[in-house]
Write a protein that binds this ligand. Structure first.
Ligand SMILES: Cc1cc2ncn([C@H]3O[C@H](COP(=O)(O)O)[C@@H](O)[C@H]3O)c2cc1C
Ligand SMILES: O=C(O)c1cccnc1
Length: 593
């Protein structure tokens, strides 16, 4: 593999499933060194039985090396390694310094030696360590020493690992990054390239459009949208605050209002549902008309596109970024019609782009997902932080609806890998034609997606490392953008397959985010229907589109705006003097009494 491997620390109690999980993380490695830190022979029958059970699970890819000099072993051989475990390693070092009594010991130097060897290690590394801190404080000096020292060791090793998990009862819990040490961070907001101001709009201004008899009243229980975003800490970008759902009291008020409007109940079908959703997102019935919808197109190249998985050459990405920045792409035309503005952001284009577009650029092209990680964990965090900061800036500036778009030759390949991995589908079921590849290209693309899925599957429970492994910086920033919109209680219209793939990961990062999203359309890409079903989203339109950029979402935007008009501007039965469905019967009953 070209890039460095992931360093994973697995903590867990006795028989919690930690070794089994560690071995499963190394399934794709053709050979694995097993660094055994405990004795591999013993007169204790139970100990031998445990070793035999562990050994039986490991296949012939494993070579066992028995040592307590783990730092030297890690430095001497950069092959994929399972280190099992830190508890035995610590016990051996306490033995060596006679550290089991009351006299103070100082293991700082061996601890920093092992940590720096872990930090410098370049292949896949899985470290197992017991979590003994959850029990009572032991009654013996030796027990207390072991518990205290192991706590300090686990914390130090966790700090140099990319991923830390806790296994309990055979389940694996991903542990979030340690809280950052607070340092003052400056917020900056440099605008990226913005397309020409809209010349035509279907979104009417609120001034001319207020419903005569339905004054706008914020629903009682709606908590207000946070007004400003906390600056996102790039070292902690994958940790989102809890996402609150849209307001259900307002949803009920909007549903009730629909029943008062001069139409048979439910006769406007899903247009009614859309109005209810937007009202509940805003916490206002009737909802305010959308006046500040914003589109952000995240652009990036993908290493895999060098291998003929697209009908178009990679240089089209940079050319299209320039086209979008100057207002000539489909996304710009549709945005002008719908009254939205467009900005394009270069996250990982394989060329130099204008400074106002490349402010958040993480790297030139993401790695080829078939053979290497698309991003390092640090790059993935930077891309997530960028998407979140862009959403924050737009919401702080008054955006009332967000749309994420994408531009990147080859990006239907990583998007299909994400969808296939998270929904556990076979590649052949879900691979589409993207920009229109021929049969030979489809076969190449399917093989690339299969390879990517093989690499991705071990990250299925860890959205950050999944994004780093296969998504690339553009899709990762999109995931951050979509999740942050939900955190900021701002509605989103999703676009096609590529955006929905990022949305799936965003909903893993920020569970519940999907309730702030509607699906603008159903793309012809087969993976899109699978992703929509997974997120339980029913698309507004089905126009056989397959462009991306945000085009499907923008085509649906006027329909969402119409759903607001209906709730704002239609007359009620009482206002128009129209008999309601139950009125004649009610009048008769009143006459008889
Ligand atoms: C001129 C042009 C404009 C586009 N606008 C969006 N895409 C779309 O097509 C690409 C994904 O398809 P694939 O995976 O097959 O390459 C992405 O750039 C996506 O945004 C375009 C593609 C082209 C060629
Ligand atoms: O559905 C999409 O997002 C899509 C389809 C084809 C090409 N680009 C994007």
């Amino acid at each position: 593999m070209g890039s460095r491997g992931t360093r994973t620390l697995i903590l867990g109690g006795v028989r919690s499933g930690k070794s089994g999980h560690g071995e499963s993380l190394l399934l794709d490695c053709p050979s694995v060194r097993y660094l055994a830190t405990g004795p591999t022979t013993s007169s204790d029958a139970d100990w031998v039985a445990r070793l035999t059970a562990h050994r039986a699970r490991r296949d012939d890819r494993y070579t066992t090396v028995e040592t307590i000099d783990v730092a030297a072993a890690l430095r001497s051989d950069q092959t994929p390694t399972l280190l099992d475990d830190l508890g035995n390693w610590l016990a051996a070092h306490l033995d060596a310094v006679g550290g089991w009594g009351d006299a103070p010991v100082d293991l700082t130097s061996v601890r920093s030696e092992i940590c720096s060897a872990i930090e410098d290690f370049t292949a896949e590394l899985v470290i197992i360590s017991p979590e003994v801190g959850l029990s009572v404080v032991p009654p013996t000096p030796a027990g207390r020493r072991f518990q205290d020292e192991l706590g300090a060791l686990n914390e130090a090793v966790a700090a140099v690992c990319d991923r830390v998990v806790l296994t309990v009862a055979g389940r694996v819990l991903d542990l979030p990054a340690a809280p950052p040490t607070p340092t003052p961070t400056a917020t900056t907001s440099t605008p990226t390239a913005t397309a020409p101001a809209p010349t035509a709009t279907v979104l009417p201004s609120t001034a001319t459009d207020t419903a005569p008899t339905a004054p706008e009243k914020p629903a009682a229980a709606a908590s207000p949208a946070p007004t400003t975003g906390e600056p996102v800490d790039p070292t902690d970008a994958e940790n989102f605050p809890p996402v609150e759902p849209p307001d259900i009291t307002t949803a009920a008020a909007a549903r009730a209002r629909h029943l008062d409007l001069t139409k048979p109940p439910g006769s406007l079908g899903r247009l009614e549902d859309l109005g209810v959703w937007l009202a509940s997102c805003q916490g206002a019935c009737p909802p305010r008309q959308l006046t500040e919808p914003r589109v952000v197109v995240f652009a990036g190249d993908h290493g895999v596109a060098q291998s003929g998985v697209s009908a178009f050459p990679p240089e089209v990405t940079a050319q299209m970024v320039a086209n979008i920045a100057s207002g000539g792409a489909a996304v710009n035309v549709l945005a002008r019609r719908a009254g939205a503005t467009v900005q394009v952001v270069d996250m990982s284009v394989d060329a130099d782009t204008a400074p106002e577009v490349s402010r958040y650029k993480v790297r030139r092209s993401s790695g080829d997902l078939r053979i290497t990680d698309a991003l390092t964990i640090a790059e993935a965090r930077a891309a997530l932080a960028a998407g979140r900061a862009i959403a924050d800036d737009l919401v702080d500036a008054g955006a009332d609806l967000l749309i994420g778009g994408e531009m990147g030759i080859g990006n239907t390949t990583p998007a299909t890998v994400l969808i296939g991995t998270l929904t556990r589908r076979e590649p052949v079921e879900i691979v589409g034609r993207g920009t229109g590849i021929d049969d030979a290209g489809w076969i190449r693309k399917t093989a690339a997606i299969r390879d990517g899925m093989r690499r991705a599957r071990r990250h299925v429970h860890d959205p950050l490392s999944l994004l780093a492994a296969v998504a690339g910086a553009d899709l990762t920033a999109l995931a951050g953008f979509l999740a942050q919109a939900a955190v900021r209680r701002t509605p989103v219209i999703l676009d096609g397959m590529v955006v929905t793939a990022a949305a799936m990961v965003a909903n893993e990062l920020a569970p519940g985010a999907a309730r702030w999203w509607v699906a603008g359309h159903r793309s012809v890409e087969p993976a899109h229907s699978v992703a929509l079903e997974h997120l339980d989203l029913e698309p507004i339109l089905d126009l056989s589109m397959r462009l991306g950029e945000g085009s499907g979402a923008l085509t649906a935007l006027p329909i969402v705006a119409s759903s607001v008009d209906i709730l704002r501007s239609m007359a009620t039965f009482a206002e128009a003097g129209v008999s309601d469905k139950d009125e004649p019967a009610a009048a008769l009953a009143a006459d008889r009494s």
